[in-house]
Design a protein around this ligand. Structure first.
Ligand SMILES: [Zn+2]
Length: 252
């Protein structure tokens, strides 16, 4: 009798797990992505779909950081394949929620962190000030790093990927990252892409991020981009069209 109960309990558990997995799948592939998720207004460490990055894979701000489970699993497969070719991929920035992006943005906006060697409080025009930050940093609510799908690898300098060890890493990524679902969203702008400058370090897990981008474009409006210094210029510089949509990675 006891055995039977345990057996039933096991069946119940696996059914419950199936139901949870099924609804998670709907969340990813269906229409019901919570807008606050797309805007980064959640805590990744408390989100059931997120996992912690191991110390083997994460350094700097990604040490102890989080990614979507699917993103991290795909990264680990890519990392293990790269190691066999003598390439060590290290995550140096992973999920950043609204609050974390707000700190980065406001440090620049309020002159605590210089941008291109300039203290931005010396720039009077708020649109010009925002555009300088937007060379490489997103406005809070508009970053792909909110989604747990995007990560910065190895270095935050394009030049470090242009020779030696960095060039070997970049060549490996451009040749193989797509096999694991990853894509570089911010490539050279010579082809007419708008938005951020090229970022050879930023890679996105397209099976999820493509869907989140679609949902973002469908549901987020300028009324949703608020709660930080300079947020009132978001609509005049068309940050959604020019930056959020200014990406190379779009699933065919
Ligand atoms: Zn990035």
């Amino acid at each position: 009798m006891l055995k039977l109960s345990i057996h039933h309990l096991t069946i119940f558990r696996s059914r419950a797990l199936f139901v949870i997995c099924f609804f998670s799948l709907i969340n990813v592939t269906g229409q019901s992505i919570d807008k606050n998720y797309l805007l980064g207004k959640f805590e990744p460490s408390e989100h059931l779909q997120f996992v912690k990055i191991s110390d083997e894979h994460g350094q700097g701000s990604a040490k102890g950081g989080y990614l979507r489970k699917e993103t991290y699993e795909a990264f680990v497969r890519m990392h293990d394949a790269a190691i066999k070719d003598g390439v060590d991929l290290i995550i140096i920035s992973a999920t950043r929620n609204f609050e974390s992006q707000k700190r980065i943005w406001e440090n620049k906006w309020e002159g605590r962190t210089n941008v291109e060697g300039i203290n931005l409080t010396t720039i009077e025009d708020p649109k010009a000030r925002a555009k300088l930050i937007l060379l490489y940093s997103s406005m809070p609510s508009t970053s792909r790093h909110h989604w747990g799908t995007d990560m910065d690898l190895n270095s935050l300098e394009n030049s470090s990927f242009e020779s030696g060890k960095g060039l070997k890493i970049y060549r490996w990524l451009t040749a193989h990252a797509a096999e694991y679902g990853f894509c570089q969203p911010y490539t050279s702008k010579t082809g007419g892409r708008t938005g951020y400058e090229e970022e050879k370090w930023h890679w996105s897990y397209l099976p999820l991020s493509d869907h989140f981008l679609e949902e973002y474009i469908r549901t987020v409006t300028y009324k949703d981009i608020k709660g930080f210094a300079g947020s009132n210029v978001a609509s005049s510089i068309e940050v959604i069209r020019n930056y959020v949509q200014g990406v190379t990675c779009i699933k065919k």
